[in-house]
Design a protein around this ligand. Structure first.
Ligand code: FAS
Ligand code: PHB
Length: 388
């Protein structure tokens, strides 16, 4: 096949990129390692920044967000077992966040891609990028027992944290920044009415988070040892641990029930610079990973794709500068969210080797957030995400 952009990965980044390019008359082919059902079955992000909603609507996939998304104008942070601090980011920034699960976003993206006749090759194996720094890059793969090849002007690496694109950038060119956290998040879904808002907790037993997917689908997380497995966690143990880590005034309102999904995600911060090399451009988790604490992973994937689609459109219209500067443009917003996610993770979690001094200083951070509108405004601006 010959196209303008070959996209590796049909998660949110790759599928959204193909749609935004199509909206601007640019053809692409998407190559995905997993089956469509597998991608749709992954339970991941849940909260969108207002800029992400705008970008999804510009791609023509925002229809259900208005009807099924749950707007939030504040978050609550609980600590010391009884203090609850509320930060009204809506009042402080004029922007809300919207709870709308990544699964629904992926469904919307696939439906729009199908309506636009965008070619997505699912269950592709042995995907390889060839000659990324030549004028004629191409990608090879195997699907349905056949060898495939796509020649293109550009390759978009949207293949997540375990993809092949990142490795294509020569080690002499790339700089990698990484921070691993000594704990994971155990997350469950339960078909129970969620709390009305988003509640984060820093407790001596560890972090907890109360979120939602819809009025009858709750999403909860507790910090757990990085080497735990879901088999170590019965539903009873999860609910007991979650409610112990929350103030009574919050825990008493939690409706428990059987989990319909339970998984453990490791936490990691990672950024590769530059996010481009020759004709290869990285977007989303292929270029950066954040701990989910700040609800930034999916939102960063969406803003990367916004910048990349715009720059590619300008390139094909004759203005090559934006595409040459894509990495620098995207990294400004990436590093802002990466730092905020690292800071909020450090503030709210218990580190196995932390000192009493560090915990006491973190509690002072929370006290300062309680007392200072300036501190709350700084938190709010970063939580809702910088302007594009
Ligand atoms: P994705 O990983 O979603 O998609 C990449 C796609 O590329 C996948 O479909 C993969 O199958 C495919 N692929 C990989 N290698 C390939 C190859 N060699 N050839 C072809 N295709 C290949 N973010 C939040 O904001 N909040 C959360 O609560 C949250 N929870 C998460 C939980 C987990 C377990 C994980 C892994 C991530 C979570 N995230 C969360 C982050 C997540 O939402 C990502 O930011 C988001 O999926 C990024 O989208 P993509 O960049 O498209 O990457
Ligand atoms: C989620 O609903 O999955 C979620 C919400 C807020 C976060 C992280 C994850 O900060």
């Amino acid at each position: 096949m010959k196209t303008q952009v070959v996209i590796i990965g049909a998660g949110p980044a790759g599928t959204l990129l193909s749609l935004l390019l199509k909206r601007n008359g640019i053809e692409s082919v998407v190559i995905e390692r997993q089956s469509k059902a597998y991608v749709l079955g992954r339970i991941r992000a849940g909260v969108l920044e207002s800029t992400s909603v705008e970008i999804l609507k510009a791609a023509g996939v925002g229809g259900r967000i208005d009807s099924r998304g749950q707007a939030h104008d504040h978050v609550e942070i609980a600590w010391r077992g009884e203090d609850v601090l509320s930060i009204g980011f809506g009042r402080l920034t004029g922007k809300n966040m919207v709870a709308y699960g990544q699964t629904l976003i992926q469904e919307d993206l696939y439906e729009a891609a199908s309506n636009e006749n965008i070619g997505i090759v699912f269950e592709a194996a042995d995907v390889e990028i060839h000659d990324p720094d030549s004028g004629a890059p191409f990608v090879t793969y195997k699907a349905d027992g056949q060898a495939g090849r796509v020649d293109a002007d550009f390759v978009a690496g949207c293949d997540g944290q375990h993809g092949v694109s990142r490795a294509t950038i020569p080690s002499s060119v790339k700089r990698e920044y990484e921070n691993a956290y000594p704990f994971g998040w155990l997350g469950i879904l339960s078909e129970t009415p969620p709390l009305p808002g988003l509640v984060y907790a820093n407790h001596e037993r560890g972090f907890a988070l109360c979120s939602q997917r819809n009025p009858m689908l709750s999403r909860y997380y507790v910090q757990c040892p990085v080497d735990d497995s879901v088999d170590d966690w019965s539903d009873d143990r999860f609910w007991s641990e979650l409610t112990t880590r929350l103030p009574r005034s919050v825990a008493d309102n939690i409706v428990t029930g059987p989990s319909i999904e339970k998984s453990i995600a490791p936490l990691r911060s990672y950024v590769i610079e530059p996010m481009q090399h020759g004709a290869l451009f990285l977007a989303g988790d292929a270029a950066h990973i954040v701990p989910p604490t700040g609800a930034k992973g999916l939102n960063l994937a969406i803003s990367d794709v916004h910048y990349l689609a715009k720059a590619m459109t300008q390139h094909f219209a004759g203005d090559t500068a934006p595409l040459e500067n894509y990495s620098a443009t995207a990294l400004r917003r990436v590093w802002s969210s990466v730092r905020f996610s690292w800071w909020l993770t450090t503030l709210l979690h218990r580190f196995p080797d932390q000192s009493d001094f560090e915990q006491r200083a973190r509690e002072e951070d929370l006290n300062y957030l309680t007392q200072s509108e300036a501190a709350q405004t700084a938190f709010a601006e970063q939580y809702v995400g910088l302007d594009l």
